[in-house]
Design a protein around this ligand. Structure first.
Ligand code: TYM
Length: 329
């Protein structure tokens, strides 16, 4: 079975609708026919300052959300990145392989460091290199992510190619798995910008009061004109709402457009608020259920880490050997 790996940051506590539609929804679908590894990337989270108590809580809240959204720990391997030390170990090797200029070209680093108020840590700079290690450790065929991760996947492939050509075939070249329709969900207040917690405003959070989400959806920025049509160029606001609506209901955008013929933006937004509320309410209930029993949640994560280590340690040992390290007995 083809291998899949992906990760999500626990930084924010609550995931937002972009995280779900751009990534986690595909994780759930892919676990059926793939050997899937999904991790909560706490090592990545500390590239910006974290409050220890919040980090610990947010890591569990993230795992609970993944389970509540449909990750099945009997099918997929769900784990916390810091439980598998091989990530940091291969991360170092990948750093030694990366050119300084190559790392400096990562646009997400440029964005994040520009927005960062405190001094920018070296970890934020080397972040994509650790991400490459995450992926290469598992010899993943596919990496389900949103559009914003495409450049990091290119770097991963470049590093794998470089290592393989120096030392012989060691790593599989992974492919980004990006579903076009939902690869970039836009902010509801600024439908030309990516939905992101670092730019609050029109961000729909999965764990906030659904009433609040419905209100955000009702007050989403729409476009001039009145017609409900899908036209990303000229009607980014309405198109974004149609994308979300379609993804949450499984209905095609075309059928929605037909349905709303003659109706106004207000109708669309009110209905989408209800669709979202209906979808998210049971998700929130399941998150609460998982968080009510932290011991069981931690057990699921421990089991995942054990499975992940089996694969990760095999790749790391082979890598150490190729580099010329004396292998420990
Ligand atoms: P993170 O935690 O920022 O986001 C998790 C996933 O959500 C996707 N995403 C979006 N998709 C569509 N529209 C949006 N507005 C939107 N916002 C976020 C992201 O593309 C991502 O897939 N570097 C990664 C975490 C990571 C990782 C990995 C991913 C670490 N190691 C290995 C894959 C493989 C990140 O910061 O994602």
């Amino acid at each position: 079975r083809p291998r899949v790996l992906s990760g999500i940051q626990p930084t924010a506590g609550s995931f937002h609708l972009g995280n779900y539609l751009g990534a986690v929804r595909q994780w759930v679908a892919l676990q059926e026919a793939h050997d899937a590894f999904y991790c909560v990337v706490d090592l990545h989270a500390i590239t910006v300052e974290q409050n220890p108590k919040e980090l610990r809580q947010n890591t569990r809240v993230s795992a609970a959300q993944l389970l509540a959204l449909g990750i099945d720990p009997d099918r997929a391997t769900l784990f916390v990145q810091s439980h598998v030390p091989e990530h940091a170990q291969l991360g170092w090797i990948m750093q030694c392989l990366t050119g300084f200029g190559e790392a400096a070209r990562m646009t997400q680093f440029k964005d994040k460091s520009a927005r960062q108020e405190q001094s920018v840590g070296v970890g934020l700079f080397t972040y994509p290199i650790l991400q490459a290690a995450d992926i290469l450790l598992y010899q993943a065929h596919y990496v389900p992510v949103g559009e914003d991760q495409r450049q990091h996947l290119e770097l991963t492939r470049d590093l794998a190619t470089r290592f393989n050509s120096r030392h012989g075939k060691t790593f599989r070249l992974p492919e980004a798995y990006i579903v076009k329709d939902t690869a970039k969900i836009f902010d509801l207040q600024d439908p030309t910008a990516k939905m992101s917690k670092s730019v609050p405003g029109g961000v729909v959070e999965l764990l906030e009061d659904p009433k609040r989400s419905a209100k955000k959806i009702r007050s989403a920025v729409t476009d001039t004109g009145r017609e409900i049509i899908f036209d990303v160029e000229n009607k980014p606001g309405v198109s974004n709402l149609l994308t979300i609506y379609s993804a949450l209901t499984g209905r095609t955008v075309e059928s929605l457009v037909l349905d709303y013929d003659g109706k106004g933006y207000g109708d669309l937004k009110k209905d989408l608020g209800e669709v979202f509320t209906e979808w998210v309410t049971p998700v929130q209930e399941r998150v609460r259920m998982y968080l009510d029993d932290v011991a069981s949640l931690d057990k699921i994560l421990a089991r995942g880490a054990e499975r992940a280590r089996e694969v990760a340690s095999t790749t790391l040992r082979r890598t150490y050997d190729k580099i010329g390290f004396v292998l420990p007995e």
